[in-house]
Ligand binder design. Structure first.
Ligand SMILES: CCCCCCCCCCCCCCCC(=O)SCCNC(=O)CCNC(=O)[C@H](O)C(C)(C)COP(=O)(O)OP(=O)(O)OC[C@H]1O[C@@H](n2cnc3c(N)ncnc32)[C@H](O)[C@@H]1OP(=O)(O)O
Ligand SMILES: Cc1cc2nc3c(=O)[nH]c(=O)nc-3n(C[C@H](O)[C@H](O)[C@H](O)COP(=O)(O)OP(=O)(O)OC[C@H]3O[C@@H](n4cnc5c(N)ncnc54)[C@H](O)[C@@H]3O)c2cc1C
Length: 695
């Protein structure tokens, strides 16, 4: 109801309103002013990062169309219960599917749509692992049978590997698949409590089929985990099939639209052809045919594919968080030293800029590494299809370390971005809390990050030991051929400005990684009492330094990718000099920020002197200042749409306070003026005779 305000009240208020208005903030103007500071052509960089103008426009067109659909509407996003989230997630997945069919779109457009709506649901694993597993593990006949059904959503699948008792140690899985040659069937069974499958996404209430990872037994012999395809629910009434118990595992830290599930199998029979037989095989008589030795780890290929996509996506999520925080801290004003003056934009505080702008630089670094990672995986697939598995070990080492490094960086980066937004960052309407709780699982799934770092460290130490016996190394570990030389090397930077030289930064990254590799190998030798042993106690007692080595190597790789990518852009003349300069500032800022954080190792080894650290620090601070005017233009260049960010604070027009107020209206608590607590509790309590006087 309209509220009548009399003239006297208005007059009295007028003066105070004027006083407040004279120095209150104007977020839209602030953001416009930030954009005017750009030293480069934002459109050019936007198109470059997003694969061209046509793709940018296509994405905006898709957003426009889907935001008008029921499933694409995000207004209730932050207010749904778990059940609503789950059902909505399914509607989104089918909505995207139908949209793709109707418009005859391919998988890359599908990825764009998924990223625009960003509502993970019961079909994540169907798309992310079930179909990829069929592609990489099934033989041609199996693919012909299953892929069309999966691709038309006649069946919905998931990837059931992890059990209550084992996630990391895949060889320790306890679910069994025992071959019965008389009936040419496998009996799949959960023999122990700990063999219960636990975690698979979509398993709880959605999936009709699974890729089951189970230990293959034939003729009394255990051949370890293999992949099988099997149906778990009826296609008629969606009830579990006989001998199968399935359910949802309950609420999680985030990602609650997904029904991660549990599964128990009781002597369930599946046909021989259920075993995915692209590599290992079983004959009708029950003879096991192993995969050729070169691709013994072929059954792990799906995990490698997913790790590569995780690396690719890390930059995107960090860029989203940084976009929100940069726009908001540019319009948020807080504290003034003298009365009557405008308050300071919080991004102008050294502490805020010093945290946020290196994150912005890191988001760019991850963008380039994501591209390199996917290229490397695509190259592997090409050679694998020719039967050549020679680059598998490097791909495994590269993708494991980067998966761990990039997801650690992004998880921490989202949380740092949230903190930099102060109180409003804590509101889910900022988009940052949900981004964090749903992203942070990337540090765990698809291989716990420490475990992944250990895989990379193992490869590096083995490479070093090989190089010491004259073996030629290739790829990113090549520098280890010169490890002995690196041990004597000293940094030659003598002025602040010399730290801007990418070669000086790269040398520091490389030297640190090489020395840590030598240290790790030595510690492992000591723990092993001679020749290094890569398992058991000697290995376990060397974990800390091995992880440190893998972190240092991954940082070197990310920096090198940034440097090489920029070099490529320069030499091919792909961007104008001003744009390249802005990117070079980011490359320098990323490099020096990481080096500054890790100087302890380099002081300890003697590679750096205290004076060189001081120069490094001063140059890093100078780069923060150099990047500051381009902060908003650089996040604009990522090209996130308001629809995509769903954030009151990340709005591209800067109107953040209006955004908060508008989005809050959808809160179910606001459906009535008195709220749901009045009738349920408050009224009876507060109207109780003498209720106040009792206190
Ligand atoms: C429209 C479009 C939308 C798209 C939409 C996308 C949606 C995107 C949704 C994504 C969704 C993801 C969802 C995740 C869902 C889970 O989390 S699925 C479960 C994943 N589980 C894991 O990752 C388990 C982690 N554990 C492991 O990978 C392995 O067991 C470990 C830790 C690597 C150890 O394996 P191991 O057999 O014990 O091996 P180990 O003795 O350490 O090493 C033996 C040798 O094998 C090598 N090796 C080990 N692993 C490998 C490997 N993978 N390759 C090659 N060599 C290997 C080692 O390097 C070693 O070599 P050498 O040194 O001997 O030469
Ligand atoms: C949201 C979510 C979704 C998932 N979806 C799926 C899915 O769809 N399908 C599926 O099969 N699985 C899925 N998983 C399971 C996931 O892959 C595992 O949780 C993950 O691989 C880690 O294994 P774990 O839980 O057994 O951890 P653990 O191995 O028990 O790790 C516990 C701790 O021990 C350490 N550790 C373990 N082993 C070693 C070692 N050898 N050396 C040194 N340290 C070690 C780890 O670093 C960690 O700190 C999902 C998990 C999550 C959280």
């Amino acid at each position: 109801m309209a509220h009548f305000v009399d003239a006297r009240t208005r007059v009295l208020q007028e003066e105070s309103t004027k006083a407040v208005l004279s120095n209150c903030s104007d977020p839209k103007a602030d953001l416009a002013a930030e954009r005017a500071r750009a030293t480069f052509d934002v459109g050019e960089l936007l198109h470059y990062l997003n694969g061209g103008r046509e793709k940018v426009e296509r994405k905006a067109h898709f957003a426009e169309l889907i935001s008008r659909t029921e499933w694409g509407n995000k207004s209730e996003r932050y207010f749904q219960t778990r059940e609503e989230q789950y059902v909505h997630g399914l509607k989104v997945a089918f909505g995207i599917w139908d949209f793709m069919k109707e418009k005859r779109l391919g998988i890359s457009d599908g990825r764009v749509l998924r990223s625009l709506v960003n509502a993970p649901g019961g079909l994540e694993l169907h798309i992310g692992m079930f179909i990829p597993s069929l592609i990489s593990h099934a033989n041609p006949e199996q693919q012909a049978k299953w892929l069309p059904k999966a691709q038309s959503l006649e069946i919905i699948g998931t990837y059931a590997q992890t059990e209550l008792g084992h996630g990391t140690f895949v060889r320790g899985l306890e679910t069994t698949a025992t071959y019965d040659s008389d009936r040419q069937e496998f009996i799949v069974h959960s023999p122990t409590l700990t063999s219960t499958k636990w975690w698979p996404g979509g398993l709880g209430k959605t999936a009709t089929h699974i890729i089951l990872m189970a230990r293959l037994f034939t003729k009394g012999k255990d051949y370890g985990p293999h992949a099988f395809i099997m149906q778990i629910r009826s296609l008629e009434d969606h009830k579990p099939l006989t001998g199968i118990t399935i359910g949802d595992i309950g609420p999680k830290f985030g990602f609650n639209g997904v029904d991660n599930g549990f599964l128990r199998l009781e002597y369930v029979r599946i046909p021989r052809e259920a075993m995915l037989m692209r590599f290992a095989k079983i004959t009708p008589e029950g003879d096991y045919v192993p995969p050729p030795p070169a691709n013994a780890k072929a059954s792990y290929a799906t995990m490698m594919y997913v790790r590569s996509t995780i690396v690719q996506d890390a930059g995107k999520f960090l860029s989203m968080a940084v976009t929100i925080a940069t726009r908001y801290t540019s319009v948020r004003r807080q504290t003034t030293s003298s009365k009557g003056q405008r308050e300071t934009q919080v991004l102008d505080y050294q502490s805020v800029a010093g945290s946020l702008l290196p994150l912005l630089a890191t988001a760019y670094a991850l963008h380039f590494t994501g591209k390199v990672m996917m290229q490397m995986y695509t190259d592997f697939e090409r050679s694998r299809d020719r039967g050549d598995f020679s680059n598998l070990p490097e791909l495994h080492a590269f993708s494991s370390g980067l998966k761990a490094m990039c997801t650690t960086i992004t998880s921490e980066g989202i949380e740092k971005s949230r903190l930099l937004c102060g109180g409003h960052g804590y509101s889910r309407l900022s988009g940052l809390p949900d981004m964090y709780t749903s992203y942070v699982q990337n540090s765990t799934w698809e291989g716990d990050n420490n475990v992944m770092f250990l895989q990379t460290g193992r490869y590096l130490i083995k490479s070093l030991l090989g190089a010491m016996t004259g073996k030629t190394l290739s790829g990113y570990a090549k520098y280890l051929e010169n490890a002995q030389f690196e041990m004597k090397e000293r940094c030659n930077v003598s002025t602040e400005v010399q730290w801007l030289d990418p070669a000086a930064q790269l040398a520091a990254f490389r030297n640190r990684a090489a020395r840590l590799c030598v240290d790790a190998a030595e510690q492992l030798k000591q723990e092993s009492g001679g020749n290094p042993v890569f398992e058991g106690e000697p290995w376990d007692n060397s974990n800390v330094i091995v992880i440190k080595l893998a972190v240092a190597h991954s940082q070197y790789v990310i920096y090198k990718n940034f440097m090489d990518s920029l070099q490529g852009i320069r030499s091919r003349g792909e961007l104008q000099p001003n744009t390249v300069r802005a990117l070079a500032d980011l490359q320098g800022l990323f490099g020096l920020t990481v080096l500054e954080r890790e100087v302890g190792d380099m002081l300890e080894s003697g590679y750096l002197s205290a004076r060189q650290v001081k120069l490094l620090r001063a140059q890093q601070r100078a780069l923060v200042k150099a990047v500051r005017p381009n902060a908003v233009p650089l996040v604009d260049a990522f090209g996130f749409l308001d629809y995509e960010l769903s954030s009151a604070l990340g709005r591209s027009d800067g109107d953040v306070y209006r955004g908060l107020l508008e989005m809050a209206q959808a809160s179910p608590l606001n459906r009535t003026e008195e709220g749901p607590g009045w009738k349920a509790v408050l009224e009876a309590q507060m109207k109780k005779p003498g209720s106040r006087s009792r206190l």
